[in-house]
Write a protein that binds this ligand. Structure first.
Ligand SMILES: [Zn+2]
Length: 184
């Protein structure tokens, strides 16, 4: 069974910070019991959880907070995760002044969140990088999660005028998902 690391389940920190502890309990009450327990207690960041549990929470999260714009919500929570993680447990991925550094580690970074799917670099230039996600299972939400994370990681590394794009998408008929990031 494929899994995700606890750090991927940033819902607990995000909901608590954005909406407060009371809202966290309300959200958890809509989840199945095993997921509710993890979200209420707060996931252990370095532990692996089932991908099935993750998808369940992600879908319920979108249902409750997307307000008609899941893309915006997904980018916001992944931007939040990037800020939290790249300033704490994954600090070593960040090299200020070198946005290409963290993005160049995309494949390894991916494995620190998910043990399914594969992320690879397809092109790398001085002020830009393109990465590819190869996976058969991920939900369309993943595309915005990746874009939000990449954008924030680039900004945290000191990149300016950050642009992200998603020119090829498996969920729109493409063979895989390609993402590109550029900065000045
Ligand atoms: Zn996509």
């Amino acid at each position: 069974m494929e899994r995700v690391k606890g750090v991927t389940l940033s819902f607990t920190d995000y909901i608590t910070e954005r909406y407060g502890k009371g809202e966290l309990a309300a959200f958890a009450s809509a989840l199945r019991p095993d997921a509710a327990r993890v979200i209420l207690e707060g996931p252990v960041k370095s532990t692996w959880y089932s991908r099935d549990l993750y998808f369940h929470v992600l879908i319920e999260f979108a249902r409750r907070y997307a307000r008609g714009n899941p893309s915006h919500l997904m980018r916001d929570i992944s931007s939040f995760s990037a800020e939290r993680d790249l300033n704490s447990i994954y600090r070593f991925f960040l090299k200020f002044g070198y946005p290409g550094y963290v993005l160049g580690k995309a494949a390894v970074l991916w494995q620190n969140y998910y043990d399914g799917g594969k992320m690879e670099i397809v092109a790398k230039e001085k002020n830009g990088i393109s990465v590819r996600l190869i996976d058969d299972v991920y939900l369309p939400y993943s595309c915005d999660l990746i874009l939000g994370f990449a954008e924030r990681a680039t900004t945290l590394s000191g990149g300016k005028d950050v642009q992200v794009a998603h020119p090829v998408c498996k969920h729109k008929g493409g063979p895989h998902c390609d993402f590109s990031v550029s900065w000045t």
